[in-house]
Ligand binder design. Sequence first.
Ligand SMILES: *Cc1c(COP(=O)(O)O)cnc(C)c1O
Length: 390
Amino acid sequence: MRESAALRAALAAATDDRIFFDLTGIEAQYAALMRELPGVAVRFAMKACPVDEVLACLAGQGAGFDAASPREIERALRTGVPADRIHYGNTIKSDENIADAHRLGIRDFATDSVEDVAAIARFAPGSRVFCRLATSGEGALWGLSQKFGCSADDAVRVLQAARDAGLTPSGLSVHVGSQQMTAEAWRAALDDLTDLVGLLNARGILLDTINLGGGLPALGCLDKRGRPLDPPLDKMFAVLREGMQRLREESASPLAFLMEPGRHLVADHGAIRARVSRLTTRCRPDGGPGHWLYLSCGKFNGLYEMDALQYRLEFPGHAAGRRVPAVIAGPTCDSDDAYDHASGHVQVPAEAASGDPVWVHSCGAYAVGYTTRGFNGFDPLPYTCIGGAR
Ligand SMILES: *Cc1c(COP(=O)(O)O)cnc(C)c1O
C-alpha cells in the first residue's frame, strides 16, 4: 500500500504540521471492500476518523455509521444519512444516552447484558437489538476480548430477555480485534456465530442481521520492530464470504450482513507532515538506545498508537545519505510518547536537523480522535482533506 501522488504532493506543499486525508483514496478503499464483500452493508466506525469531510465522503459512497454516543449520532446525522443507517454500536450506555439516541431516531442498539436490554426496553421502546458475542481477540494487535461481548449462553439469555421486553431481537455481532492479522480469527468467529444462530432458531428466535464488526487491517503500517505487517487480506475476504454463505444456509430466516470497518477504510489514506525536533546521541548508564529522533508530533496529537506499532517515516530532504538507528519519539514529557524503546529502532538520516520535514505515512486511523487538548502545550494537528468526488 503506497500513498497516492496527490497525497505526496500535499505533504510536499505543506508549510506547517498537519494531517492530510486523501478522500479519493478512501473512496477507492470503500469500493474495493464492496467488490470483495458484495451485498455487505458498511457502518463505518466513526471513532476511527471523526472528520466531517471523511464521514460525508463515506456517506456519499453509501456507508452508514457505527456510533458510540449521542454526540457521534448527531455527527453522523449531519452527513445526511437517514437514522436507519446508523446504529448505536456501543454496549456501554447510560439511561440518558439511550433516551437521547432514541430521540434522535436510532432504533438499532448493540448490547451484551440483560441490564442494558432492560434499559433499552424502557428508554428506547420497540427498538431492535443485536447481541455482541465475545471473541478471543487472538491474532489482533488490539484484542477486544475483555471489555466487550458475552458467551453464547448469555447471548441466548440476552436476546430472550429482549423479546420478552417487547424489543426485536434482530441480530448478533462480533469484533475480532483491531488490526486483526489472521484469517483464522474470522473463521472462529463465523463458526461461533453459525452455532449460535442454530441455537437461537431452535428457541424460536429468528434473526435478520449479522454484524461482522471491525478488525479489517490497514496494510501500510509496521509492527513494533518495524517489520511490514502484511496481513493476508485475500484470505480474510475468502473466509468471510464462505462463512456468510454457511450462515445463510444455517439460518431459518433470511440474513442481511453488516460490517463496521474503521481502520481499514482510512488508515492508509491519511498522512502527517511533521518536523524533526532533534536527533540526539546520549550515553545511557543502562546501555539503552543511543540515538533518539524527536518529532514535532507524537502520541498525544496524531500518533496515538505509536507504542504498539510503527508508522512508516519518510525524510523528504534526506533521500540518500548515512543512516543511524534511533528510537522515534514525540515532543512531550511522557515516556509513552515513543516507539517501543526496546525494539523500536528505525534507520534515520544521520544529518537530520531541527526543522527538517518528516512524513508519517498510514496514520489516518485513530489519529484525530485520540488527541489531547494540548498536553504539554502541543496542540491537536490541523487537518486538510484532498480529493474526493465532491
Ligand atoms: C472500534 C470499533 C470498530 C472499528 O474497529 P477497527 O478495528 O478500526 O475496524 C467497529 N465496531 C466497534 C463496535 C468498535 O468499537
